[in-house]
Write a protein that binds this ligand. Sequence first.
Ligand code: SF4
Length: 136
Amino acid sequence: MISECFGKDELPWIIINRGEAKMEKVAIVGCGTYMDQGYGCPGEWRCLKAASQGDGKFKAPSAVVSFVKCQCPGRAVIPTLGMAAKLSELKPDKIYLSSCLANAMPKCPYNSPEELAGIIKEKTGIEVILGTHDYH
Ligand code: SF4
């Protein structure tokens, strides 16, 4: 919230109320194959814009604390998420599978997005959301 204060003999000052509410901390997992081969955007802007604006699958503006690249056959994503949380000292409240990963065409040959989400949730105990944004 921004408000202006005008004292009698003072210049106007802008007071910025940063608020008490804390943004949800989120980790995003992109498909490494897409990211490496330039098929799509993972990591360029769409997921980040959706998180910052509370668009798409994000219910409110959210702080992206890590952006992890899945690598075939997908098993390493668990320790990579763990290492990101350890090194950043920020445990995400939720983990999002990027829209490119969740809606990949051709499909991932190793795991369905639902299977990958289930594995991540089972190993981390953190809720996993399928998809991030609806931008084109
Ligand atoms: S395992 Fe599937 S989701 Fe992960 S990088 Fe390979 S193709 Fe992409």
